[in-house]
Design a protein around this ligand. Sequence first.
Ligand code: ATP
Ligand code: MG
Length: 557
Amino acid sequence: MDEVKTPEASRNFLEEIIEADLASGKHQSILTRFPPEPNGYLHIGHAKSICLNFGLAQKYGGKTNLRFDDTNPTKEDVEYVDSIQADVRWLGFQWAGLFYASDYFEQLYEWAHKLIDEGLAYVDDLTQEEIRTGRGTVTQPGTESPYRNRSVEENRTLFTRMREGRYLEGEKVLRAKIDMAHPNMLMRDPILYRIIHAPHHRTGDQWCIYPMYDYAHGQSDSIEKITHSICTLEFDVHRPLYDWFIEKLQIFPSHQYEFARLNLTYTVMSKRKLLELVKSGHVKGWDDPRMPTICGLRRRGYTPESIRLFADKVGVAKRDNVIDLGLLEWCVREDLNKRAKRFMAILNPLKVVITNYPKDKEELLDVRINPEDPDAGIRKVTFCREIYVEQDDFMENPPKKYFRLSPGNEVRLKYGHIIKCQEVIKDAAGNVTELHCTYDPNSRGANGAWRSVKGTIHWVAVTHAQNAEVRLFDRLFTEAYMDGIPQGSDYKEYLNTDSLKIVTALVEPALAAEPATFPVQFERLGYFIADMDDTSGRRVFNRTVTLKDTWTKKEEK
Ligand code: ATP
Ligand code: MG
């Protein structure tokens, strides 16, 4: 994939708005926020939103708050609060203020009384179901609740009692009094508060009424004096309500802007579904390297730089679309290519004996630690008579244009000599167990006569090879457009049953000295990172990504 160049002068629509607001003096500086609900771990879609909110503030000398939208105690937990903060920091961002919507419960409650006093809110005794059907449809106006015209006095008393815990869940709600025939269904007397008798992870048993998203979100923005409140497109129908509260309460005029949420091929992104995958054991946890969560991507070997690059490449759209997972992979390759040290490892060993190489001889060959980084220097790798190569790099009856090992054919061993396959050894069942080759002692550059052959393969010396567990990942789902699966079918039916393969690889001993957090490239096989299961004496590597986009190739076949 070629890098898409954006001309310096081009601005996305949010940048245009911000520049105009700063130029006109509407705002002296900008304040954005990232407002996750602490009901799950962050995923790559959230990363997009984080990069956007923090990125805009950085670009225009403004600030960004992290605010937990913790208005539903039954689904939220401190575990999520902690992981979200860790993930935002890991992505490379630091918030100006750390807030919780629950910090504002008292203020929101007072404002609800203000709306009641002005005849703009009422306590409704209808059931959830009655409220839902009473709301009408897109083509039909709703019907007014029989409780809609309660007096201010009665509403004050009932709402106060709601707070005091005198009612059961579902018995009463507080609704805004707007217009039951409004063309926007969300404006048909939306619910502001519902009763939930559950302890909250921060406010404990202080409250048993909790504000709805719409009532809490805009006002929280306003309390913090957020200038540009950026959310995803599905919230555009909420904007009139967002503005209605600000107007009626006469509070700081934050403004909401919508952009297209990030969708990725072969990926589900809703926290509900991700939680389900974790709970049902389809993956090994939120940080399973196959998950699109930030902690999963981190464990997989993605770097903050690669994710920020991805967010940048995706850009800011006003229309929903689905981004190719290949772009995310391209971004991590781009980053790891610059920083990963190179090593050799064999996933599927085939032993090669170099019959004309002395039995006791060993040579130390020079390896460039990272050809992309001239300062990385060189290290030594041991070459000897017996080596392992990949089974995939040998074919007994090769097709034309197969340039790797086959009977009578020559290949270069990476960093080393040219060898020629002389004999194929098989077991009783006819499986190839060993190759006997000869080497050309004059074929290394240092020895003078460098010849070129078409194929180069990687290898590991038998006597020095060490075992390592290697985890190879594939896409979690088999279907590219998970939002497009037939109605009524379950997304779990599309789980890829082959998304994890574990092999015992043979690796260079030099890898043992690598710190676990450092990304490495196994020549020709991909980029890898030590997994957290990697403990002393047991190396475990996750493949972050292959070196080339092999999936696209598979599909072309
Ligand atoms: P999900 O639908 O995955 O459960 P959510 O929207 O409920 O996510 P929140 O915690 O409410 O999750 O989201 C926090 C912020 O992240 C919101 O501003 C939301 O718009 C944004 N966000 C969530 N998903 C995406 C996405 N796929 N692309 C871009 N932004 C997203
Ligand atoms: Mg949400």
